[in-house]
Design a protein around this ligand. Structure first.
Ligand SMILES: C[S@@+](CC[C@H](N)C(=O)[O-])C[C@H]1O[C@@H](n2cnc3c(N)ncnc32)[C@H](O)[C@@H]1O
Length: 281
C-alpha cells in the first residue's frame, strides 16, 4: 500500500496546474530529471518506466534520450497530474498509467523493462514495495535511477553552506508565520516527515535482488525567486498546520520581501543508481 498521504494534494487540479506550470517555467525538475535519465543508460532502451511521473517533466527528459522505436510508460497515482501533463506533452511513444508505484508490476511485463527512472518522489512511496515491483519488471542488467531530497536522505552538498548569504527562505517563513499568525505550532513546519538514508535504501534494494551501482550527492543551484515560485505550489506551501493557501501565500510574501530575488540557493540530492544483476549461465 502507498503511504496515506501519497495522493493527498497531488490529485487536485489547481495543484497539478501550478506544478506543471512551474516545471515549464523553472529548470528544477527538468534538471534533476535529465540527471537521472542520463544515468539510466537509455540509448538502446525499448521500454522505460517513468515512475511517479506526475505531469511529465521526467518523461520529457527520458523521451529525449530513448530511440524512436522505444515506449515510455509514465506511472503516477494522481490523475490530475497526468491530465495537466497530457495537455502539453503529446508523444506517440508515451503512455500514461494512473496507478500506485507499488502496483507497477501489474502494468508492465515482468523482466521486460530496460530502465526505471523516478525523479523527486521515491520517499513518498512505500519503498520496500516499490523496490520489489521494480526488481520484478527490470530485465537482467536493467537500471533503476532515482533521487532522494537531501533533507529526507540526511545528506548535504558542501555548496549549500558555501553559497549561503543569509537566513534560508524556510527560516524566514517560520519567523513571518510566528509574526503574522503567532498561534500556529511551528515545531514541525518544514521538517522532513520521513527519513530515507542510503543504508535503508541499500538494504531494501538488496532484499529484492537489486544492487547499488552508483551513488552521488549532487547540488542543484537555484535562486530565491525560483524557491519562492516552488513554495507557491499548494502541496509544497509552508508552514504546515491549519492554514489556508492564501494565508500561506501571505506568509511567503512577507518572508520573501526580506530576501534578494536573485540570491543563490542550493538544494542537495542523493542520487542512487541500482541494477538488476545480469543473468548468469
Ligand atoms: C514532485 S512530483 C514528481 C513528478 C515528476 N517525476 C517530475 O519530476 O516532475 C511527485 C509525484 O509523485 C507522485 N506520487 C507520490 N506517491 C506516489 C505513489 N505511491 N505512487 C504513484 N505516484 C506517487 C505524486 O502524485 C506526484 O505526481
Amino acid at each position: 500500500m502507498a503511504p496515506q498521504d501519497a495522493v493527498q494534494g497531488w490529485d487536485e487540479d489547481a495543484n497539478a496546474e501550478a506544478y506543471e506550470a512551474f516545471t515549464r517555467a523553472h529548470p528544477m525538475y527538468e534538471a534533476t530529471s535529465r540527471d537521472l535519465a542520463g544515468r539510466a543508460q537509455l540509448s538502446y532502451a525499448d521500454l522505460v518506466v517513468d515512475l511517479c511521473g506526475g505531469a511529465g517533466a521526467t518523461a520529457r527528459a527520458i523521451l529525449d534520450l530513448v530511440p524512436d522505436r522505444a515506449r515510455v510508460v509514465s506511472v503516477d497515482n494522481a490523475a490530475a497530474m497526468q491530465r495537466a501533463g497530457r495537455r502539453t506533452l503529446t508523444d506517440a511513444r508515451l503512455t500514461w498509467v494512473t496507478a500506485p508505484a507499488e502496483h507497477l508490476a501489474e502494468h508492465v511485463p515482468a523482466s521486460g523493462v530496460d530502465a526505471v527512472v523516478c525523479n523527486s518522489a521515491i520517499w513518498k512511496t512505500d519503498t520496500a514495495a516499490v523496490f520489489a515491483a521494480v526488481s520484478r519488471v527490470l530485465r537482467p542488467g536493467g537500471r533503476f535511477a532515482f533521487n532522494i531530497g537531501g533533507g529526507f536522505a540526511g545528506v548535504r552538498h558542501p555548496d549549500e553552506e558555501a553559497v549561503r548569504t543569509g537566513p534560508s527562505l524556510n527560516a524566514l517563513i517560520r519567523h513571518a508565520a510566528a509574526r503574522i499568525y503567532g498561534r500556529i505550532s511551528l515545531s514541525t513546519a518544514g521538517e522532513s516527515p520521513f527519513k530515507l538514508p542510503l543504508e535503508t535504501v541499500t538494504e531494501q534494494l538488496a532484499a529484492t535482488g537489486l544492487a547499488v551501482v552508483d551513488t552521488e550527492v549532487i547540488a542543484q543551484h537555484s535562486t530565491m525567486a525560483e524557491k519562492k515560485a516552488w513554495l507557491s505550489i499548494p502541496v509544497f506551501a509552508l508552514p504546515e498546520g491549519d492554514l489556508t493557501h492564501a494565508q500561506r501565500m501571505r506568509i511567503l510574501d512577507a518572508a520573501y520581501a526580506r530576501t534578494t530575488p536573485d540570491s543563490p540557493t542550493v538544494t542537495s540530492w542523493l542520487v542512487v543508481v541500482a541494477q538488476r544483476p545480469e543473468a548468469t549461465e
